[in-house]
Design a protein around this ligand. Sequence first.
Ligand code: PLP
Length: 431
Amino acid sequence: MPVPLDRLIASLSRTGMTRFFRRLFDEYPDLLMKDQTVEAVRPDRTFKIAGKWVSNFGSDSFLGLDQDPRVQEAVKRGVRDWGTHNGSSRAFSSVRPNVVAEEKIAAWMGTEAALIYPSVTLANQGALPGLVTRHDVIVGDQYAHNSIDEGMKIAKGRGVRTAKFEHNCPADLARVLGELRPYRHAVVAVDGVYSMSGELPPLLEFQNVARENDAVLYVDDAHGTGVLGDRGRGTVLGSLGNYDNTLVVGSLSKAFSCLGGFIACTQAARDVLTVRSNPLIFGGPVPPPYLEAVCTVVDILESPEYSHIRGQLDANVQQLTDGVSRLGLVVMGGLVPIVSVLVGPEETTLQAGRFLFEHGYYVQSVIFPAVPHGAGVLRIQVNANHDPAVIDGLIGAFAELKRVTPLPGPDAAVLRFPQLSGGTPAESIPA
Ligand SMILES: Cc1ncc(COP(=O)(O)O)c(C=O)c1O
């Protein structure tokens, strides 16, 4: 006799989303390179998957700092000095490196203060609901990251009105805010970089609409942190010139190669967020070794060496973008180290990813529901420590791929992509 747990799991296995993924695993057991186990890594950006060493073009450690001896040494020092974990919610205590890391992040970003969360996901799920009360509203870009969506749902569960506006469209933002009036305060949440397409939002226009409508701008710049703007401070300062009326979220896990997320803000905003972000109060912190590493990375970003690392990264992105564009492929991105090449049908996209893997290069095959049905892409993440010769090799493998597989050319319809694991509703999955 099945117990209720068995019946629950059985009924979840019959939902559209589970059946969709099960069918993919069943139909493409060799092509679907998901849920892979990385068996070993080398400092030269190669790793071993399924017994095969390949060049890894799927890492968002954009600056290559995961392999930097100084960052690795900082982790070791952190373990030596503080142990592996502080074992306490920050509501009770924070280790000194947590305080120092926040001071350093604030000084680097050019804000009064910063608040570190265990991840950007938890920052969005803590800060967004924490910023509003029942009298307020949150509006988000329709393709904003899934964690913004989840933060909005938590707020909605507490009686806050929430709404979406058309992707990257200031006019639609104005319309949605107008329809939600009257409200006491409004928060407008967008990504600083859309990680599927590499697009940037029109922040200046959004800021103008926000100000005209008594709204605060909240920018999740997870993919911009460390790789865009002066000293890697991200998209906001370059676009807006200041942080007035803007809360900036940054990642410590991607270009930083450590762990966590942060909000850069005024001291007053930090004081409020500290007591209104449930994941900070009821959950644990980033472990001390990673906080030591964050301090070391900020020092690197602030040093003259940063422009050298960034120069290498930018040159690598340019080399790849130029190379695949010259092949006549549809290339999205190029502004950030995420370059997506359009393939189209799901099966072809999986085959294309497998083809590149067999030729020694790992890139991510991204298919529905992360992108629209029939608009799969090969998503390439370029790092500063990719060897230019290896990038040339990947371009060569794309040329081979093009010879054996029909790939869309520049005349293909221009497609806009939702964020990976973002807002595609489960009910839109084809039967
Ligand atoms: C815009 C954005 N926000 C949040 C995240 C998730 O960040 P974390 O892994 O720190 O939770 C991502 C990850 O890709 C992202 O692109």
